[in-house]
Design a protein around this ligand. Structure first.
Ligand code: NDP
Length: 447
Protein backbone atom coordinates (compact mmCIF):
# COMPACT_ATOMS: atom_id res chain seq x y z
CA UNK A 1 0.00 0.00 0.00
CA UNK A 2 1.52 3.39 -0.95
CA UNK A 3 1.41 6.49 1.28
CA UNK A 4 -1.72 7.98 -0.36
CA UNK A 5 -3.63 4.68 -0.08
CA UNK A 6 -2.62 4.39 3.58
CA UNK A 7 -3.71 7.97 4.30
CA UNK A 8 -7.02 7.36 2.51
CA UNK A 9 -7.72 4.09 4.35
CA UNK A 10 -6.93 5.71 7.70
CA UNK A 11 -9.19 8.66 6.86
CA UNK A 12 -12.08 6.39 5.80
CA UNK A 13 -11.78 4.53 9.14
CA UNK A 14 -12.43 7.83 10.97
CA UNK A 15 -15.88 8.30 9.35
CA UNK A 16 -18.85 7.62 11.58
CA UNK A 17 -19.91 3.97 11.76
CA UNK A 18 -23.37 5.21 10.88
CA UNK A 19 -22.01 5.98 7.40
CA UNK A 20 -21.18 2.30 6.77
CA UNK A 21 -24.43 1.73 4.85
CA UNK A 22 -23.90 4.79 2.63
CA UNK A 23 -21.98 3.23 -0.27
CA UNK A 24 -22.32 6.06 -2.81
CA UNK A 25 -21.42 8.64 -0.17
CA UNK A 26 -18.36 6.68 0.93
CA UNK A 27 -17.25 6.21 -2.68
CA UNK A 28 -17.47 9.96 -3.30
CA UNK A 29 -15.54 10.73 -0.10
CA UNK A 30 -12.87 8.10 -0.92
CA UNK A 31 -12.34 9.61 -4.40
CA UNK A 32 -11.87 13.10 -2.99
CA UNK A 33 -9.77 11.89 -0.03
CA UNK A 34 -7.27 10.11 -2.29
CA UNK A 35 -6.70 13.39 -4.15
CA UNK A 36 -6.67 15.94 -1.31
CA UNK A 37 -5.27 14.24 1.82
CA UNK A 38 -1.66 14.74 0.71
CA UNK A 39 -2.41 18.47 0.32
CA UNK A 40 -4.09 18.56 3.76
CA UNK A 41 -1.18 16.75 5.43
CA UNK A 42 1.29 19.25 3.95
CA UNK A 43 -0.48 22.18 5.60
CA UNK A 44 -0.25 22.03 9.42
CA UNK A 45 -3.24 24.41 9.85
CA UNK A 46 -5.54 22.49 7.51
CA UNK A 47 -4.38 19.20 8.97
CA UNK A 48 -4.92 20.32 12.58
CA UNK A 49 -8.35 21.64 11.62
CA UNK A 50 -9.39 18.30 10.06
CA UNK A 51 -10.86 20.13 7.09
CA UNK A 52 -11.90 17.12 4.98
CA UNK A 53 -13.39 15.32 7.99
CA UNK A 54 -15.50 18.42 8.68
CA UNK A 55 -16.76 18.63 5.07
CA UNK A 56 -17.62 14.91 5.11
CA UNK A 57 -19.79 15.38 8.21
CA UNK A 58 -22.74 17.57 7.10
CA UNK A 59 -23.67 20.60 9.20
CA UNK A 60 -27.08 19.02 9.61
CA UNK A 61 -29.46 16.51 8.02
CA UNK A 62 -33.15 17.41 8.21
CA UNK A 63 -35.57 14.51 7.77
CA UNK A 64 -39.32 15.00 7.77
CA UNK A 65 -42.68 13.39 7.04
CA UNK A 66 -44.64 14.76 4.07
CA UNK A 67 -48.37 14.11 4.46
CA UNK A 68 -50.72 14.96 1.61
CA UNK A 69 -54.01 13.82 0.05
CA UNK A 70 -54.36 12.32 -3.45
CA UNK A 71 -57.23 13.14 -5.83
CA UNK A 72 -59.43 10.49 -4.22
CA UNK A 73 -58.89 11.93 -0.77
CA UNK A 74 -56.54 9.14 0.37
CA UNK A 75 -53.89 10.26 2.85
CA UNK A 76 -50.38 9.61 1.46
CA UNK A 77 -47.11 9.71 3.40
CA UNK A 78 -43.60 10.27 2.01
CA UNK A 79 -40.23 11.01 3.53
CA UNK A 80 -38.37 14.24 2.73
CA UNK A 81 -34.78 15.26 3.46
CA UNK A 82 -32.46 18.24 3.21
CA UNK A 83 -28.74 17.63 3.71
CA UNK A 84 -26.99 20.94 4.53
CA UNK A 85 -23.35 19.96 4.07
CA UNK A 86 -21.39 23.22 4.40
CA UNK A 87 -22.14 26.95 4.29
CA UNK A 88 -18.50 27.99 4.82
CA UNK A 89 -18.31 29.95 1.55
CA UNK A 90 -21.96 30.95 1.03
CA UNK A 91 -25.60 29.96 1.66
CA UNK A 92 -26.35 26.23 1.27
CA UNK A 93 -27.14 25.56 -2.40
CA UNK A 94 -28.17 22.41 -4.27
CA UNK A 95 -31.12 20.77 -5.97
CA UNK A 96 -34.22 18.89 -4.83
CA UNK A 97 -34.90 15.45 -6.35
CA UNK A 98 -38.28 13.68 -6.28
CA UNK A 99 -37.89 9.98 -7.10
CA UNK A 100 -39.03 6.76 -5.42
CA UNK A 101 -35.39 5.60 -5.35
CA UNK A 102 -34.09 8.69 -3.50
CA UNK A 103 -32.17 7.66 -0.40
CA UNK A 104 -30.15 9.41 2.27
CA UNK A 105 -27.07 7.77 0.71
CA UNK A 106 -27.68 9.57 -2.62
CA UNK A 107 -28.38 12.90 -0.94
CA UNK A 108 -25.31 12.68 1.34
CA UNK A 109 -23.10 11.92 -1.69
CA UNK A 110 -24.66 14.66 -3.82
CA UNK A 111 -24.45 17.27 -1.01
CA UNK A 112 -20.77 16.40 -0.39
CA UNK A 113 -19.98 16.70 -4.12
CA UNK A 114 -21.98 19.92 -4.35
CA UNK A 115 -19.61 21.61 -1.84
CA UNK A 116 -16.72 21.01 -4.25
CA UNK A 117 -18.68 21.86 -7.41
CA UNK A 118 -19.93 25.13 -5.96
CA UNK A 119 -16.49 26.12 -4.66
CA UNK A 120 -15.09 25.60 -8.17
CA UNK A 121 -17.54 28.09 -9.71
CA UNK A 122 -15.85 30.95 -7.83
CA UNK A 123 -19.28 32.09 -6.59
CA UNK A 124 -20.23 32.36 -2.88
CA UNK A 125 -22.28 29.15 -2.71
CA UNK A 126 -22.26 26.45 -0.01
CA UNK A 127 -23.27 22.83 -0.59
CA UNK A 128 -26.59 21.02 0.02
CA UNK A 129 -29.00 18.55 -1.60
CA UNK A 130 -32.50 17.39 -0.80
CA UNK A 131 -35.57 15.61 -2.02
CA UNK A 132 -38.22 13.04 -1.29
CA UNK A 133 -39.05 9.41 -2.10
CA UNK A 134 -42.13 10.67 -3.98
CA UNK A 135 -42.93 9.15 -7.40
CA UNK A 136 -44.49 11.84 -9.61
CA UNK A 137 -45.24 9.40 -12.48
CA UNK A 138 -48.96 9.17 -13.15
CA UNK A 139 -49.80 11.92 -10.64
CA UNK A 140 -52.18 14.70 -11.68
CA UNK A 141 -51.14 18.35 -11.70
CA UNK A 142 -53.26 18.95 -8.58
CA UNK A 143 -51.52 16.07 -6.77
CA UNK A 144 -48.09 17.41 -7.71
CA UNK A 145 -49.13 20.84 -6.38
CA UNK A 146 -50.40 19.41 -3.08
CA UNK A 147 -47.27 17.31 -2.64
CA UNK A 148 -45.00 20.35 -3.32
CA UNK A 149 -47.02 22.45 -0.83
CA UNK A 150 -46.83 19.76 1.88
CA UNK A 151 -43.09 19.25 1.23
CA UNK A 152 -42.39 22.98 1.48
CA UNK A 153 -44.58 23.26 4.58
CA UNK A 154 -41.95 21.15 6.35
CA UNK A 155 -38.84 22.57 4.63
CA UNK A 156 -39.68 26.31 4.76
CA UNK A 157 -38.29 27.01 8.29
CA UNK A 158 -34.84 25.81 7.20
CA UNK A 159 -34.37 27.76 3.92
CA UNK A 160 -34.19 31.38 2.77
CA UNK A 161 -32.09 33.62 0.51
CA UNK A 162 -29.14 33.89 2.94
CA UNK A 163 -29.65 30.49 4.56
CA UNK A 164 -30.31 27.75 2.00
CA UNK A 165 -31.45 28.18 -1.62
CA UNK A 166 -32.70 24.91 -3.21
CA UNK A 167 -33.11 24.44 -6.98
CA UNK A 168 -34.55 21.67 -9.17
CA UNK A 169 -33.04 18.29 -10.02
CA UNK A 170 -34.53 15.04 -11.34
CA UNK A 171 -38.34 15.40 -11.59
CA UNK A 172 -38.24 18.89 -10.11
CA UNK A 173 -38.56 21.26 -13.06
CA UNK A 174 -40.16 24.68 -13.66
CA UNK A 175 -43.67 23.47 -12.68
CA UNK A 176 -42.53 22.05 -9.31
CA UNK A 177 -40.28 25.05 -8.58
CA UNK A 178 -43.31 27.31 -9.18
CA UNK A 179 -45.42 25.38 -6.65
CA UNK A 180 -42.53 25.13 -4.14
CA UNK A 181 -41.73 28.84 -4.44
CA UNK A 182 -45.41 29.81 -4.06
CA UNK A 183 -45.66 27.68 -0.91
CA UNK A 184 -42.45 29.17 0.56
CA UNK A 185 -43.64 32.73 -0.18
CA UNK A 186 -47.00 31.95 1.42
CA UNK A 187 -45.34 30.59 4.58
CA UNK A 188 -42.72 33.37 4.82
CA UNK A 189 -45.14 36.20 3.99
CA UNK A 190 -42.51 37.89 1.80
CA UNK A 191 -41.15 37.68 -1.75
CA UNK A 192 -37.46 36.77 -1.78
CA UNK A 193 -35.01 34.51 -3.59
CA UNK A 194 -35.42 31.31 -1.55
CA UNK A 195 -35.29 29.08 -4.66
CA UNK A 196 -33.63 29.21 -8.08
CA UNK A 197 -34.88 27.86 -11.39
CA UNK A 198 -37.85 30.21 -11.02
CA UNK A 199 -39.98 31.18 -14.04
CA UNK A 200 -39.06 34.38 -15.89
CA UNK A 201 -42.39 35.96 -14.91
CA UNK A 202 -41.52 35.84 -11.19
CA UNK A 203 -37.80 36.53 -10.91
CA UNK A 204 -36.02 33.68 -12.72
CA UNK A 205 -32.91 34.04 -14.86
CA UNK A 206 -32.62 33.82 -18.62
CA UNK A 207 -30.62 30.76 -19.74
CA UNK A 208 -31.08 28.69 -16.54
CA UNK A 209 -32.75 25.93 -18.56
CA UNK A 210 -29.92 25.74 -21.10
CA UNK A 211 -27.08 26.40 -18.64
CA UNK A 212 -25.88 22.88 -17.74
CA UNK A 213 -25.80 21.57 -21.33
CA UNK A 214 -24.34 24.75 -22.84
CA UNK A 215 -21.82 24.98 -19.98
CA UNK A 216 -20.71 21.40 -20.64
CA UNK A 217 -19.86 22.30 -24.25
CA UNK A 218 -18.02 25.48 -23.15
CA UNK A 219 -15.99 23.29 -20.76
CA UNK A 220 -15.17 20.79 -23.56
CA UNK A 221 -14.13 23.68 -25.82
CA UNK A 222 -11.73 24.88 -23.11
CA UNK A 223 -10.30 21.33 -22.79
CA UNK A 224 -9.79 21.12 -26.56
CA UNK A 225 -8.23 24.60 -26.69
CA UNK A 226 -5.52 23.37 -24.24
CA UNK A 227 -4.62 20.76 -26.89
CA UNK A 228 -4.78 23.37 -29.68
CA UNK A 229 -7.86 21.58 -30.99
CA UNK A 230 -11.43 22.61 -31.75
CA UNK A 231 -14.89 21.03 -31.47
CA UNK A 232 -15.73 21.83 -35.12
CA UNK A 233 -16.04 18.59 -37.09
CA UNK A 234 -15.67 16.35 -34.02
CA UNK A 235 -18.04 13.38 -33.67
CA UNK A 236 -19.86 13.57 -30.32
CA UNK A 237 -21.82 10.71 -28.67
CA UNK A 238 -24.33 11.91 -26.05
CA UNK A 239 -26.50 9.79 -23.72
CA UNK A 240 -29.84 10.93 -22.33
CA UNK A 241 -32.68 12.91 -23.89
CA UNK A 242 -33.41 15.30 -21.03
CA UNK A 243 -32.48 18.84 -20.18
CA UNK A 244 -28.70 18.37 -20.02
CA UNK A 245 -28.38 16.02 -23.02
CA UNK A 246 -30.49 17.97 -25.50
CA UNK A 247 -29.04 21.38 -24.63
CA UNK A 248 -25.50 19.99 -24.89
CA UNK A 249 -26.47 18.56 -28.31
CA UNK A 250 -28.01 21.89 -29.40
CA UNK A 251 -24.87 23.87 -28.47
CA UNK A 252 -22.47 21.25 -29.94
CA UNK A 253 -24.27 21.43 -33.31
CA UNK A 254 -24.19 25.26 -33.17
CA UNK A 255 -20.41 25.03 -32.70
CA UNK A 256 -19.98 22.80 -35.78
CA UNK A 257 -19.77 19.34 -34.14
CA UNK A 258 -21.49 16.22 -35.46
CA UNK A 259 -23.77 14.81 -32.72
CA UNK A 260 -24.24 11.13 -33.55
CA UNK A 261 -26.45 9.96 -30.65
CA UNK A 262 -29.02 10.81 -28.00
CA UNK A 263 -30.64 8.08 -25.91
CA UNK A 264 -33.10 7.05 -23.22
CA UNK A 265 -33.81 3.98 -21.12
CA UNK A 266 -35.31 2.16 -24.13
CA UNK A 267 -32.49 2.67 -26.64
CA UNK A 268 -30.35 4.99 -28.75
CA UNK A 269 -31.13 7.36 -31.61
CA UNK A 270 -28.15 7.03 -33.98
CA UNK A 271 -27.50 9.48 -36.80
CA UNK A 272 -24.22 8.63 -38.63
CA UNK A 273 -24.11 12.03 -40.37
CA UNK A 274 -25.26 13.96 -37.29
CA UNK A 275 -28.52 15.12 -35.73
CA UNK A 276 -29.94 18.41 -37.02
CA UNK A 277 -31.37 21.08 -34.69
CA UNK A 278 -34.80 20.01 -35.97
CA UNK A 279 -34.10 16.42 -34.88
CA UNK A 280 -32.93 17.61 -31.43
CA UNK A 281 -36.16 19.63 -31.04
CA UNK A 282 -38.13 16.49 -31.94
CA UNK A 283 -36.29 14.62 -29.15
CA UNK A 284 -37.24 17.40 -26.70
CA UNK A 285 -40.87 17.12 -27.81
CA UNK A 286 -40.81 13.33 -27.35
CA UNK A 287 -39.40 13.75 -23.84
CA UNK A 288 -42.01 16.38 -22.93
CA UNK A 289 -44.77 14.08 -24.20
CA UNK A 290 -43.37 11.11 -22.21
CA UNK A 291 -42.57 9.19 -25.42
CA UNK A 292 -39.48 7.20 -26.47
CA UNK A 293 -37.26 7.79 -29.51
CA UNK A 294 -38.55 4.98 -31.73
CA UNK A 295 -39.81 5.91 -35.23
CA UNK A 296 -37.99 9.21 -35.89
CA UNK A 297 -39.14 11.05 -39.06
CA UNK A 298 -37.37 9.52 -42.11
CA UNK A 299 -35.71 12.76 -43.29
CA UNK A 300 -33.68 12.98 -40.02
CA UNK A 301 -31.24 10.34 -41.35
CA UNK A 302 -31.44 8.67 -37.93
CA UNK A 303 -32.34 5.17 -36.75
CA UNK A 304 -33.54 3.97 -33.35
CA UNK A 305 -31.55 1.07 -31.89
CA UNK A 306 -33.60 -0.58 -29.19
CA UNK A 307 -31.80 -1.43 -25.93
CA UNK A 308 -28.46 -0.14 -27.26
CA UNK A 309 -26.33 2.49 -25.55
CA UNK A 310 -24.51 5.22 -27.50
CA UNK A 311 -21.06 3.94 -26.61
CA UNK A 312 -20.55 1.47 -29.47
CA UNK A 313 -20.62 4.29 -32.06
CA UNK A 314 -17.38 5.75 -33.35
CA UNK A 315 -16.92 9.15 -31.70
CA UNK A 316 -14.13 11.56 -30.72
CA UNK A 317 -15.99 12.83 -27.64
CA UNK A 318 -18.36 11.06 -25.21
CA UNK A 319 -20.78 13.07 -23.06
CA UNK A 320 -22.76 10.93 -20.57
CA UNK A 321 -25.74 13.15 -19.69
CA UNK A 322 -28.38 10.67 -18.43
CA UNK A 323 -27.89 9.34 -14.92
CA UNK A 324 -25.48 8.08 -12.26
CA UNK A 325 -23.42 4.88 -12.85
CA UNK A 326 -24.56 4.62 -16.51
CA UNK A 327 -20.98 3.91 -17.69
CA UNK A 328 -19.72 0.64 -16.24
CA UNK A 329 -16.52 -1.22 -17.10
CA UNK A 330 -17.96 -2.74 -20.33
CA UNK A 331 -19.31 0.60 -21.52
CA UNK A 332 -15.88 2.16 -20.85
CA UNK A 333 -14.22 -0.57 -22.96
CA UNK A 334 -16.67 0.21 -25.79
CA UNK A 335 -15.83 3.91 -25.50
CA UNK A 336 -12.11 3.12 -25.81
CA UNK A 337 -12.74 0.77 -28.77
CA UNK A 338 -14.87 3.46 -30.46
CA UNK A 339 -11.76 5.68 -30.66
CA UNK A 340 -12.96 8.27 -28.14
CA UNK A 341 -10.21 10.45 -26.67
CA UNK A 342 -12.23 12.77 -24.39
CA UNK A 343 -15.09 12.10 -21.96
CA UNK A 344 -16.79 14.92 -20.03
CA UNK A 345 -19.61 14.20 -17.57
CA UNK A 346 -22.91 16.05 -17.99
CA UNK A 347 -24.71 13.86 -15.43
CA UNK A 348 -23.65 13.54 -11.78
CA UNK A 349 -21.32 10.55 -11.25
CA UNK A 350 -22.25 8.65 -14.49
CA UNK A 351 -18.86 6.87 -14.54
CA UNK A 352 -18.22 4.01 -12.09
CA UNK A 353 -14.76 3.67 -10.48
CA UNK A 354 -14.07 0.51 -12.55
CA UNK A 355 -15.00 2.36 -15.75
CA UNK A 356 -12.76 5.26 -14.80
CA UNK A 357 -9.82 2.89 -14.36
CA UNK A 358 -10.37 1.58 -17.92
CA UNK A 359 -10.55 5.11 -19.37
CA UNK A 360 -7.43 6.23 -17.50
CA UNK A 361 -5.42 3.19 -18.61
CA UNK A 362 -6.38 3.88 -22.24
CA UNK A 363 -5.39 7.55 -21.95
CA UNK A 364 -8.91 8.98 -22.43
CA UNK A 365 -8.99 12.53 -21.01
CA UNK A 366 -11.71 12.61 -18.35
CA UNK A 367 -13.60 15.62 -16.91
CA UNK A 368 -15.61 15.01 -13.70
CA UNK A 369 -19.17 16.34 -13.47
CA UNK A 370 -18.33 18.53 -10.49
CA UNK A 371 -16.33 20.66 -12.96
CA UNK A 372 -17.94 20.06 -16.37
CA UNK A 373 -21.63 20.20 -15.34
CA UNK A 374 -21.31 23.17 -12.98
CA UNK A 375 -22.96 25.54 -15.49
CA UNK A 376 -26.42 24.98 -13.98
CA UNK A 377 -25.46 25.94 -10.46
CA UNK A 378 -23.36 28.81 -11.80
CA UNK A 379 -26.41 30.37 -13.49
CA UNK A 380 -28.41 29.65 -10.30
CA UNK A 381 -25.77 31.78 -8.53
CA UNK A 382 -26.34 34.53 -11.09
CA UNK A 383 -30.11 34.19 -10.52
CA UNK A 384 -29.59 34.75 -6.78
CA UNK A 385 -27.76 38.02 -7.38
CA UNK A 386 -30.29 39.16 -10.00
CA UNK A 387 -33.19 38.49 -7.61
CA UNK A 388 -31.51 40.30 -4.74
CA UNK A 389 -30.57 43.35 -6.85
CA UNK A 390 -33.97 43.33 -8.67
CA UNK A 391 -31.97 43.86 -11.88
CA UNK A 392 -32.09 41.25 -14.60
CA UNK A 393 -29.52 40.31 -17.20
CA UNK A 394 -30.30 39.64 -20.87
CA UNK A 395 -29.87 36.12 -22.29
CA UNK A 396 -26.71 37.34 -24.07
CA UNK A 397 -25.26 38.69 -20.80
CA UNK A 398 -25.98 35.44 -18.93
CA UNK A 399 -24.54 33.35 -21.76
CA UNK A 400 -21.33 35.43 -21.81
CA UNK A 401 -21.03 35.14 -18.01
CA UNK A 402 -21.62 31.35 -18.20
CA UNK A 403 -18.92 30.96 -20.85
CA UNK A 404 -16.50 32.95 -18.72
CA UNK A 405 -17.28 30.94 -15.55
CA UNK A 406 -16.86 27.58 -17.36
CA UNK A 407 -13.48 28.75 -18.73
CA UNK A 408 -12.42 29.75 -15.20
CA UNK A 409 -13.57 26.40 -13.75
CA UNK A 410 -11.62 24.64 -16.49
CA UNK A 411 -8.48 26.66 -15.84
CA UNK A 412 -8.65 26.09 -12.06
CA UNK A 413 -8.98 22.32 -12.54
CA UNK A 414 -6.40 22.15 -15.36
CA UNK A 415 -3.76 24.28 -13.61
CA UNK A 416 -4.09 22.32 -10.36
CA UNK A 417 -4.21 18.95 -12.17
CA UNK A 418 -1.20 19.51 -14.45
CA UNK A 419 1.62 17.00 -14.01
CA UNK A 420 4.30 15.71 -16.38
CA UNK A 421 2.68 17.30 -19.45
CA UNK A 422 -0.70 15.68 -18.69
CA UNK A 423 -3.81 17.02 -16.97
CA UNK A 424 -5.70 15.02 -14.34
CA UNK A 425 -8.95 17.03 -14.27
CA UNK A 426 -10.47 14.94 -11.46
CA UNK A 427 -7.55 15.58 -9.10
CA UNK A 428 -7.29 19.21 -10.23
CA UNK A 429 -10.99 19.87 -9.55
CA UNK A 430 -10.87 18.19 -6.13
CA UNK A 431 -7.73 19.99 -4.99
CA UNK A 432 -8.69 23.44 -6.34
CA UNK A 433 -12.10 23.26 -4.62
CA UNK A 434 -10.58 21.84 -1.43
CA UNK A 435 -8.09 24.74 -1.14
CA UNK A 436 -10.90 27.29 -1.28
CA UNK A 437 -13.01 25.40 1.28
CA UNK A 438 -10.01 24.84 3.57
CA UNK A 439 -9.11 28.54 3.62
CA UNK A 440 -12.67 29.50 4.57
CA UNK A 441 -13.16 26.74 7.15
CA UNK A 442 -9.89 27.39 8.96
CA UNK A 443 -10.41 31.19 8.91
CA UNK A 444 -13.77 30.77 10.64
CA UNK A 445 -12.47 28.89 13.69
CA UNK A 446 -13.34 25.58 15.30
CA UNK A 447 -17.08 25.17 14.77
P1 NDP B 1 -33.96 14.73 -17.10
O1 NDP B 1 -34.90 14.10 -16.14
O2 NDP B 1 -34.36 15.94 -17.88
O3 NDP B 1 -33.46 13.64 -18.19
C1 NDP B 1 -32.84 12.44 -17.87
C2 NDP B 1 -32.99 11.53 -19.08
O4 NDP B 1 -32.05 10.48 -18.95
C3 NDP B 1 -34.40 10.89 -19.17
O5 NDP B 1 -34.95 11.17 -20.42
C4 NDP B 1 -34.12 9.38 -19.02
O6 NDP B 1 -34.79 8.57 -19.96
C5 NDP B 1 -32.67 9.29 -19.40
N1 NDP B 1 -32.06 8.14 -18.76
C6 NDP B 1 -32.14 7.76 -17.47
N2 NDP B 1 -31.39 6.66 -17.27
C7 NDP B 1 -30.85 6.35 -18.47
C8 NDP B 1 -29.98 5.35 -18.93
N3 NDP B 1 -29.49 4.43 -18.11
N4 NDP B 1 -29.61 5.36 -20.25
C9 NDP B 1 -30.08 6.29 -21.09
N5 NDP B 1 -30.91 7.27 -20.72
C10 NDP B 1 -31.28 7.29 -19.43
O7 NDP B 1 -32.65 15.01 -16.25
P2 NDP B 1 -31.53 16.13 -16.46
O8 NDP B 1 -31.14 16.20 -17.89
O9 NDP B 1 -31.92 17.36 -15.75
O10 NDP B 1 -30.35 15.48 -15.59
C11 NDP B 1 -29.53 14.44 -16.10
C12 NDP B 1 -28.34 14.27 -15.17
O11 NDP B 1 -27.62 15.52 -15.08
C13 NDP B 1 -28.67 13.88 -13.70
O12 NDP B 1 -27.59 13.09 -13.24
C14 NDP B 1 -28.68 15.23 -12.98
O13 NDP B 1 -28.40 15.09 -11.59
C15 NDP B 1 -27.49 15.90 -13.70
N6 NDP B 1 -27.48 17.35 -13.61
C16 NDP B 1 -28.55 18.10 -14.02
C17 NDP B 1 -28.50 19.47 -13.93
C18 NDP B 1 -29.60 20.35 -14.47
O14 NDP B 1 -29.42 21.57 -14.46
N7 NDP B 1 -30.69 19.80 -14.95
C19 NDP B 1 -27.34 20.16 -13.33
C20 NDP B 1 -26.22 19.27 -13.03
C21 NDP B 1 -26.32 17.92 -13.13
P3 NDP B 1 -36.32 8.13 -19.85
O15 NDP B 1 -37.05 9.29 -20.49
O16 NDP B 1 -36.40 6.87 -20.64
O17 NDP B 1 -36.62 7.97 -18.38
Amino acid sequence: MDRIDALTEHFMSTLSEQDDDLSNFKQAVRDVASDVLAVEKNDPTWSANQVLRRIAEPDRVISFRVTWADDDGNVCINRGWRVQASNAIGPYKGGLRFHPGVSLDDLRFLAFEQCFKNALTGLPLGGAKGGADFDPRGRSDAEIMRFCQAFMGKLAPYIGPDRDVPAGDINVGPREIGYLFGAWMNAAGIYDGALTGKGLSYGGSEMRVEATGYGLIYFVQAMLARRNADITGKRVAISGKGNVATHAAEKAVCEGATVVTLSDTSGTLYAPDGLSQEAIRWVQEQKAAGKDLANPPKDFGAAFRENETPWQQSADIALPCATQNEIDEDAAKSIVDAGTSLLAEGANMPTTPDALAVLRKAGVTYAPGKASNAGGVAVSGLEMSQTSHRRFMTAEEVDAALKDIMKQIHDRAADEGQSGGKIDYARGANVAAYRKLAQAITAQGVL
